[in-house]
Write a protein that binds this ligand. Sequence first.
Ligand code: GLP
Length: 264
Amino acid sequence: MLAVLKRNAEDVSLHTAKLIAGAIRRKPALRLGMATGNTMVGVYRELVQMHREEGLDFSRVVTFNLDEYLGVDANHPGSLRHFMDEHFFTKVNLAPANIHAPDGTIRGGYEEYCAGYEKAIREAGGIDVQLLGIGRNGHIGFNEPTSSLGSRTRLKVLGDETIADNYKLFGTIGDVPKCAITVGIGTILECKRILLLATGDAKADAVMKAIEGPVTSAVPASALQHHPDVTFILDEGAAARLSQKEYYRRVLEMTERLTPERLS
Ligand code: GLP
């Protein structure tokens, strides 16, 4: 585990975008796992800017989104597909056929649909770099607390905290879909490299439990402790409750010195 401690959300976004850009330059057909949420807005803004100003080329990149609310289509302002279209997909040169995201409009046949999504990831060769945010309750994707740490893509019932955090684009709390399709924790753990971003002190507790707490389904992000290549990119607020900050800084410094390729 690497923890990269940054001053603010802008630096978190820029650092993450640079890591992704480096990965695309090394491997133009990169398979990239996409996440949504406010934390990701700055990352996509930086990547769009790199595309426009430096010619960062997404034409061969293949994307897989983590999750989608059930019962909403891409035109709904609360849908995660709408978020992706608005912040990223329509602003870079991704090939439409290379974009994959769970379809929130399916009705029934969920198990087959989710197995098909897993198959598409496998057939693409697996995900090289997975972006993740984290919920205040420690969720990743929409894997709510008590999700199996070996779970695969499936329907998930959303918890109260998640519904309360995401109601604005739906109108009222009662309008938020009760279910979502999400890639599973087991699926996430198979990605080659994971970048988890968190900003702001509302995430400090979840981040501390994910990094320094026991591995438990009560904090889904703690499962990442089993992954061999996960980097937490945090601002001061999100890192506030970590007890080993000085150690993480030293690890980063030594990584920069001894294996700088891991950071590019
Ligand atoms: C949603 C998404 C998660 C995301 C989380 C945090 O619940 N399903 O993938 O990580 O929100 O979002 P934000 O960055 O807005 O705090």
